[in-house]
Design a protein around this ligand. Structure first.
Ligand SMILES: [Zn+2]
Length: 375
């Protein structure tokens, strides 16, 4: 039997060993509540629009290729950056900005960037999805990725096998994820979505996809991927899911600021639809984290905003948003730790309680501020 003194000694000894255990394993300090993770990407959407909304000098025929200046101003121009960004991205600011976190506003001391040195898509998606930059990936050519993505890694983990899927508008995703090796479902470009015999909405989407004029080349408009993804989620209920939209990049390259802003606005609405769909399904409701980011930035007005790459200054700058049961509702972050694109992969895994950075030494550590037990 213990006397009071030895009970106290035992208690303080236990507390000390618990403390050292927690310090040694920060991930154990709070079990994540997240059971499902969705990684969303809006290709080449600039941090400038995310944090300040429409840029006035680009709402013009000359610099922005805008067809109806008055209409675009009415839609997206407001007197303050806060009002402009809410007009452009009402879900991101109205919901994620209040219940989650948004990082990367360089004007407020929150810095995010890619480390791959290329500042274009395949290197950016590789860095995002594997957790490290690979200098051997120096083009957007359709070459099967030698690297294993965090999605492939998660698909090999207990409880997650067969519960991973990826949808991308860009037809390069089967190569980025390495379709022949990765072991999970990928839908890209104009490919039909499986399950049309059971789900009439998928049948309708597939019919529209097959009969749509490919004005953007090999990629359909984002709406096809958004609605395909929503139906796939409802039917298959993956626990780890990827969706990348592309129109922000396409219309940026085309020099059409009106369609670029519209694409961002529609992407925001698509993310809202996805979030509301998730919240309506018991498997996902209050147990799902969303991480939203970009593969690269773009340059500044008046010309470089159309482009990105090694020769385009500032196109390495990115932003990131997250919402879910484990991410503290700190809203727009200011004066916080900088983050890199390479931290996204381990963050996605850590939200599910998986130590990707521990298993893959090349991979960067997760973004601690987005995880439980962060201060
Ligand atoms: Zn691009």
């Amino acid at each position: 039997m213990f006397d009071l003194k030895s009970l106290k000694t035992l208690a303080s000894g236990l507390a000390a060993s618990l403390c050292s255990l927690l310090l040694a394993h920060p991930s154990l300090s709070a079990e994540p509540k997240t059971e499902n993770v969705i990684l969303l990407m809006t290709d080449g959407l600039r941090w400038q629009e995310v944090f300040s909304g429409a840029e006035e000098s680009l709402i013009s025929e000359e610099a922005g290729g805008v067809k109806d200046v008055e209409n675009l101003r009415a839609k997206f121009w407001r007197d303050t950056p806060a009002a402009r960004r809410e007009a452009l991205l009402p879900f991101i600011w109205g919901t994620i900005g209040r219940q989650g976190q948004i990082l990367g506003n360089r004007e407020k001391g929150s810095y995010g960037q890619v480390t791959n040195g290329m500042h274009f898509s395949y290197p950016g998606y590789n860095e995002t999805l594997t957790g490290f930059a690979d200098p051997a990936i120096d083009s957007n050519d359709k070459i099967p990725n030698k690297n294993v993505t965090v999605f492939e890694w998660l698909n090999r983990q207990d409880g997650l096998h067969g519960k991973v899927a990826a949808f991308g508008v860009w037809d390069c995703f089967p190569y980025i994820f390495n379709r022949d090796r990765c072991g999970f479902y990928i839908n890209a470009g104009f490919e039909p979505v499986p399950g049309e015999d059971k789900n009439p909405r998928i049948a309708a989407i597939n019919e529209l996809k097959a009969n749509t004029n490919p004005v953007l080349g090999a990629e359909p408009q984002d709406s096809f991927a958004i609605y395909s993804a929503v139906e796939y989620l409802k039917d298959h209920k993956p626990r780890v899911f990827f969706l990348s939209l592309n129109e922000t990049d396409s219309w940026g390259h085309a020099g059409r600021y009106d369609l670029y802003l519209n694409a961002a606005h529609k992407a925001d609405a698509g993310i809202k639809l996805l979030w509301e769909t998730l919240q309506s399904i018991p498997q996902y409701r209050d147990k799902t984290s969303i991480v939203l980011t970009v593969d690269h930035g773009r340059g500044d007005a008046p010309v470089d905003w159309k482009s990105h790459g090694q020769k385009v200054p500032k196109s390495e700058f990115i932003w990131l948003a997250a919402i879910g049961p484990d991410t503290a509702p700190l809203g727009e972050r200011a004066n916080c730790d900088p983050f890199t694109q390479s931290q996204v992969a381990a963050t996605v895994a850590a939200l599910l309680g998986k130590d990707y950075a521990g298993a893959v030494p090349q991979a960067a550590k997760p973004i601690a501020d987005l995880l439980p037990a962060s201060k």
